[in-house]
Design a protein around this ligand. Sequence first.
Ligand code: NAI
Ligand code: CS2
Length: 492
Amino acid sequence: MKLSQENLQYLAPGTIVPTYPRNQLKTRIVHLGFGAFHRAHQAVYADQLAAQFGSDWGFCEVNLMGGEQQITDLNAQDRLYSVAEMAPEGWSSRVVGVVRRAIHGEIDGINTVLEAMAEPDIAIVSITITEKGYCHQPSTGKLEENHPGILHDIAHPQSPKSAPGVIVEALRLRRERQLPAFTVMSCDNMPDNGHVTRNVILGLAKLQSEELAQWIEDHVSFPSTMVDRIVPAVTPETLDKITQQLGGVHDSVGVACEPFRQWVIEDNFVNGRPEWEKVGVELVQEVLPFEEMKLRMLNGSHSFLAYLGYLAGYAHINDCMHDDNYVAAAYHLMLNEQAPTLRTQGVDLVAYADSLIERYRNTALKHRTWQIAMDGSQKLPQRMLDSVRYHLKHNSNFDCLALGIAGWMRYVSGTDEQGYPIEVSDPLLAQLQALVSASQDGPERVNALLSLDLVFGNELPKNQKFVDCITQAYIHLISYGARQSVAKLVQG
Ligand code: NAI
Ligand code: CS2
């Protein structure tokens, strides 16, 4: 039996279901990126608001590329799907009912997406399209004008392919039709994600029309957000567990995640917003300190564990947590090398680190190190390199960060410690492979990879101390392996 409005009655007792009048919701948010994370985060907050406070904020879900099946399946399920929270003591499920519409840019046509974004009621366009979807330079946060998607959209602005191109064209339509603008809210893991979004949208708009760019500057806001909830990619086993949990009702769009969630939003909306504060969202003036804390302590240690863990043969983050040296290294990274770089005030960072380790230990999550290792070229700058810059400036130690960066280099070299190929997934894969195959393993490999200015910028590779630290960590890693390198790091 499939999940549907009619079959809600057959769900296992205890499942939370939408009891609010779904047809009274208005489509007021278009969300780009109906992936695992959005389903378990922003949509859950909206569902709670509708259920507890009668909010009428509903979503139009859009996938621009990939995830075709999810959109088809969601429509076949009356736009219902479930979210399972995996607590160590047991799972609990909630059926989310706030999706009003679901479309795909490649199936329904980009025009359908643009028209949906140009509907008068749309007040917010929110985004979770992964870091690479922004077509920016990770090292600077600016638009990458040579990105193939951007080159396409400059040539064909009215049939865009990239997310920035779609947003710029939707805003152009709204301006032409004299409709109010919408707020563009990034919920991806980047520091100052609102600023990056603003850079790419305005950067692209300027290449098309100065007037449009000016209108966007005057009428659109780009609030930054800090988002947190560990949502591993859904596997067939996850879906089987979800079916069991729902009492035999099958949900092809279901997602499972940790119980914890957090959302901090810069309160800067041009066309209204849901009353998120009623369901625990923190609305603040400045998000950057929260984002940096999360990106460096959580995501930085995640990436460290992902590269060094994968190389050591640990398939999941919770497997790394069985190795005391990895736990100690994660703590060391968080508290000795990331925490000192932060400007958060009034947060107990030791308690924060403890809570992260506790979350990583959750055996139900099975969060693959391979998944987190993905797209490293887009992640390293905000997770590790900004902190390295701090340490270089303050002449302080960054051995753990250096090992993390060396771990990424070893990982993207494409062969694991047993000599098996690694399936590296990264938008810069072609460049990475070219650099790897043109360099000898060792210091030459390190220098080759450091030449990637989209990742490392122009200054870091010129800093001898930085180059020496990374080279030393890399040589140790290829000589003794990941486990020993992590052990040496924590045991001295
Ligand atoms: P996912 O793989 O389930 O979904 C990715 C989504 O991005 C899909 O909807 C896909 O259509 C879209 N997408 C991918 N490449 C794109 C491109 N080039 N242009 C436009 N759309 C594109 O991944 P998931 O788990 O939903 O994560 C997405 C992002 O959410 C992450 O990269 C991160 O920035 C953020 N996030 C994820 C968390 C997690 O634990 N999964 C937690 C916190 C933030
Ligand atoms: C992870 C994040 O995949 C990754 O790179 O580090 O998605 C992480 O699970 C989330 O940011 C947690 O909020």
